[in-house]
Design a protein around this ligand. Structure first.
Ligand SMILES: Cc1cc2nc3c(=O)[nH]c(=O)nc-3n(C[C@H](O)[C@H](O)[C@H](O)COP(=O)(O)OP(=O)(O)OC[C@H]3O[C@@H](n4cnc5c(N)ncnc54)[C@H](O)[C@@H]3O)c2cc1C
Length: 319
């Protein structure tokens, strides 16, 4: 029996989230019995394909189709599930996977658990822990269908090496014309130096910064730390920052080791996107700001005064 994992790539390269989902699939295969088959779609080099062995994939099935959309991914993975006789399918928590996984569930009449944070606590019955209410609580759900689909919450399991040799083979099958009824007409690539979803350190700011002219100090702090920059929703809505920096329930979910929130009130919708952060530092003039309740460390003060001093101190510390 095999555990199938959709190994998403971006222009032929895998990111940390893909390695994490392959590692999770390896853990699941160990718990449930079986081996890991990774499904890769698009133009990916032989070296990159076999690199999935480092995280536990014993087989990599490679399909053509660089531009397949969610429907196409679901269609190809469904064919791979049937070919491998897989009982479990693992996706990571990225945009393409989140779009493909429910479509696959419909195709296979399979139960699906999204935002999964751990390996199953039991395989018979199959029970996993998942985030619910935008990360405010956890639920333990039981999946009882023949094929079970798991969408992993990014950065919850971690990238774990489990080196095996991956046999790479060509997959037969492709997305059909019907799968392409939804076309993406344009992709806009984000321009930040550090990818926000994968960042270990994030410096984020909100309306308390007063205006875009003050963002230089946020960027300088991020640069001193080697962090990605982020922002609250209203800041992106009013055009102070690009939308791809917007963190929260309706934006990006991050899970860094350190999240610094500057001049952000800490509304529930913002906290929903940052609740997996390991350490949270809040800088706010209002000691009653709700964000302080979620913080590990807090500074009550004017960001325009505090942030430059913090940057200076970090630069000094780093020599
Ligand atoms: C359906 C829905 C979805 C939403 N999704 C999101 C989402 O995904 N992400 C998100 O962020 N929001 C989201 N929101 C909006 C959310 O409810 C808040 O309105 C928003 O997060 C507030 O942004 P803010 O903290 O930057 O601004 P404000 O609420 O205006 O807070 C500014 C903070 O800065 C502090 N401050 C002011 N001056 C200074 C200073 N000089 N130095 C330091 N601190 C200062 C203030 O005390 C205050 O706490 C959503 C809302 C809805 C209804």
């Amino acid at each position: 029996m095999s555990v199938l994992v959709f190994a998403e790539n971006w222009d032929g390269n895998f990111k940390k989230s893909t390695f994490e989902s392959v590692a999770y699939a390896a853990g699941l295969a160990q718990a449930a019995g079986g081996s890991v088959t990774a499904v890769v779609i698009g133009n990916v080099s032989a070296d990159n394909l076999s690199s999935l062995g480092t995280y536990g994939a014993t087989k990599v099935v490679h399909y053509d189709g660089a531009d397949v959309n969610h429907q196409g991914v679901a269609s190809i993975v469904a064919q791979a599930v049937q070919a491998a006789g897989a009982k479990y399918v693992v996706f990571n928590g990225t945009w393409k996977s989140k779009g493909a996984a429910p479509r696959l569930a419909i195709k296979l009449n399979a139960a699906i658990a999204t935002e999964v944070v751990e390996l199953p606590s039991s395989t018979a019955p199959f029970t996993v822990k998942k985030k619910t209410f935008s990360g405010k609580a956890f639920a333990h759900v039981e999946l009882s269908s023949d094929v079970k689909i798991i969408v992993l919450s990014t950065n919850s399991y971690g990238v774990k090496e489990n080196a095996v040799t991956a046999a790479v083979e060509k997959g037969s099958g492709s997305a059909t014309e019907k799968d392409n009824s939804l076309q993406h007409v344009e992709y806009q690539k984000t321009s930040g130096k550090i990818n926000l979803t994968e960042a270990e350190l994030v410096v984020s700011a909100g309306r308390g910064m007063k205006g875009p002219e003050n963002w230089g100090m946020v960027e300088q702090l991020a640069e001193a730390l080697g962090a990605a920059t982020a922002c609250s929703k209203p800041v992106a809505d009013i055009g102070w920052r690009p939308h791809h920096e917007h963190v929260g329930q309706t934006g990006i979910a991050v899970a860094p080791n350190l999240y610094i929130a500057i001049g952000i009130s800490g509304a529930i919708q913002h906290l929903a996107g940052i609740s997996s952060s390991k350490k949270i530092v809040v800088i706010n003039t209002d000691p009653e700001a709700p964000f302080f309740k979620a913080a590990d460390y807090g500074i009550v003060g004017d960001a325009l005064q505090v942030v430059p001093k913090l940057t200076e101190a970090i630069k000094k510390l780093k020599g």
